[in-house]
Design a protein around this ligand. Sequence first.
Ligand SMILES: Nc1nc2c(c(=O)[nH]1)N[C@@H](CN(C=O)c1ccc(C(=O)N[C@@H](CCC(=O)O)C(=O)O)cc1)CN2
Length: 394
Amino acid sequence: MPQQPHRVTLSPFPWRQNCAAAARLHRMASMRLTDWSSSSTTTSRLLPFSRTSNPARSYAVCPARRLLPMLPPNIASPVRLLTARRDFSASSVKAMMSVEACAKVIDGKAVAKKIREEIGAEIARMKSETGVVPGLAVILVGDRKDSATYVRNKKKACETVGIKSFEVCLPEDSAEQEVLKHISEFNDDPSVHGILVQLPLPSHMNEQHILNAVSIEKDVDGFHPLNIGRLAMRGREPLFVPCTPKGCIELLHRYNVEIKGKRAVVVGRSNIVGMPAALLLQREDATISIVHSRTRNPEEIIKQADIIIAAVGQPNMVRGTWIRPGAVIIDVGINPVEDAKSPKGYRLVGDVCYEEASKVASAITPVPGGVGPMTIAMLLSNTLTSAKRIHNLP
Ligand SMILES: Nc1nc2c(c(=O)[nH]1)N[C@@H](CN(C=O)c1ccc(C(=O)N[C@@H](CCC(=O)O)C(=O)O)cc1)CN2
C-alpha cells in the first residue's frame, strides 16, 4: 500500500495533468474517427494498422488494447530464469508489431504466478527427496504502510510455494545495532537461506552498514556490495541479482524480446533498480544509456531506445512522444496519484504515461500488474537458489 497519494491539483509535475489531458484528447479523437468510421463498413477496415508502415500515423485511432488476444507468456523452469528465450510459441512481440500499432501488454502478474507454481513444484520435490526446506528471513524497521504491505506479500508468497519465513519487525526508533544483531543471528541460522532488510530504512540508520552485514551467501536481495561489484565486472558472477531488475529481464526473456545489440535506456539510477538494471542489460549485450535528473534532453536519449526501463519514481514522466515507435517498455514506477473515483482515493500509475505509450510501443508492462509482482517472484527464486547452493543440491 503506497504511503500517500500525490495531490494532483498541487502537482509539481505538470506532465501528470498533461498526460491525462492528452489521453482525453486522444480518446475524443479516437471516438470521432471511430464514430465516423462506424457509419461506413467496419472500423477495422478504416483503420489499416496491418498495412500502415508508420505506427505514428495510427496513433490517434488505435483501437482498444483489450481487443488484442493476450498471448500466454512462455514459462520456463525456475532453474532457467534469466536464460529462457526464443521459445515463445507461434506469436511474438515482433509479429504483434507488424499487425497492430497497439502495444502488447506484458503481464507480470501472470508470469509471476506461473513462476511461483514452478518454484512451488521444485520446492515440494526438493523437500520430499532431501528434507531441505528453504527459509527466508525478513527484517522490517518502522511503520511505513507500503513496506508493511510488501513484507506481508512476501510472507504470503513464501507460504504459497513452501518457503519457511522468519520475520522481525522493529519500531521506527530502533538502534542500528538492534538490526545488526538480528542479521548476525540469521547469518548463523542454518534454517535461513535468505535474508533481506526491507528498504527504505529509517533515516537515522546507515543503510550501507546494514546491507554490508548480510552474509553474501544469504543476500537474496543482491544488494551486498560484493554481489553488486561482481554484477558490474566482466567474467565475475554475483551469487544473487537484485529482484526487481532481474524481474525486468525475466519479462523481456519470457516475451521473447531480443536484447542483444539493442539500444536500451534506463531512466533512473537507484541502487535498487536503475543501476543494477543497466548492468544486467549490459551483460545481455545491449548498448546502455542511463538517463537521470542531470541528463540534458532526456527525451532525445529515450527516443533512441529499443528498450526502455523506467525506474525514476515520477508519475507519467515518460510521454508518448518520447518513445520510438515499436519500443518495448518496462515500467518499474509505482506512483500513487489522487483519484476521487477510486474507493481508496488514489490509483497507482507508472513512470510512463501508459495511455500514450501503449499507442506507440510494441509492448509495455502495466502498473499495477507488471514489474511489481515479478519482484516477489524473483525473491522466491533467489531463496530457492540459495537453499540449493548451501545444501549443494542440483
Ligand atoms: N529490501 C528490499 N526493499 C525494497 C525492494 C526490494 O526489492 N528489496 N523493492 C521495493 C518494494 N518491493 C519489494 O520489496 C515491492 C514493490 C512493489 C511490489 C508489487 O507487487 N507492486 C504491485 C502493486 C502493489 C500495490 O498495490 O501497492 C504491482 O506493481 O502490481 C512488490 C514488491 C522497495 N523496497
